[in-house]
Design a protein around this ligand. Sequence first.
Ligand code: PMP
Length: 355
Amino acid sequence: MTVRTRADLVSLPSYVPGKSIPGAIKLASNEVSAGPLPSVVRAIADAATAVNRYPDTAATDLVARLGDKLGVPVEQVAVGCGSVTLCQQLVQATCTEADEVVFAWRSFEAYPLITAVVGARQTRVPLTPGHGLDLDAMADAITPATRLVFVCNPNNPTGTALTEAEIERFVERVPSDVLVVVDEAYKEFVEDADVPDGVELAKRMWAAGRDNVAVLRTFSKAYGLAGLRVGYAVASPEVADTLRKVYVPFSVNALAQVAALASLDAEDELMARCRAVVAERTRVRDELVAAGYEVPVSQANFVWLPLGERTAAFNEHCLGHKVVVRAFPGDGARVTVGEPEENDAFLAAARSFAG
Ligand code: PMP
């Protein structure tokens, strides 16, 4: 007899991460190219001497620090092993099999996989012609079975961002028993003043009796800790409490906790790095547009090239120039904004493909 695994998982694809190819420039995973700050490396090294002990499963110091920084009670902050795990915990916290998750498509690759793993149903809502989330269509897609809606802002992989007024209008249309998850993995790269700080928006919603807004953030991108896996959710006390119940004990490890705290200590320096990435993003987009590409304005640390059927050829061409981008065949390519010389190498590849 063979082990009976779940039949619905047999045809489920695995998550495909951005490739690392020796000797090539990796612009495929929206990481920051700069390595961790010396102060962060020191904190990790110091904590390494105690890894014979389990970590503080409640991440008490980190949660307290985040609560303080964000101006929310600690009961409303939950940490996770990367915000992708929190995406899964949120679906687990809200959905059983008959329930439904709504998200835009294309958006973060993990949403459909996580939903399927939890066993819930999913509704994918096409983007607008401008490559942004179609919030009206997403609100229309909500049914009595819907329990959660992912709103990725800025959207991965298109980089487009929603304004405060758009999100507020959307939340007003969503039934109050459906959780709206504003995924702000790229928040620190936003420069458009009309794009809200999701936590501030959520606080206003909670104050108005709307408990159904939660916000996800991560230390993987702007804080440069992708390899350590730590993210957090800010939610109503009830949702945060349920998140802690579906949390796999000890999944935010000790090194991740100290590195996140040390990164918060060095926040000014890290945010200055983000501003440099934003300046490069403008340059990369301007040069791509000048070379004839369509590139939606991005508020994240990547740009989107909606190349359709030319995507696979573009990907191969970039690989030939030793630049690894993230291709979604038939749809487009997402290119992380790296250091200036990395971006120059990518731009040279992109120009020679266009020309
Ligand atoms: N949300 C979005 C929109 C993302 O793009 C990512 C990473 N690609 C995540 C969440 C997860 O990030 P992490 O698990 O590293 O915190």
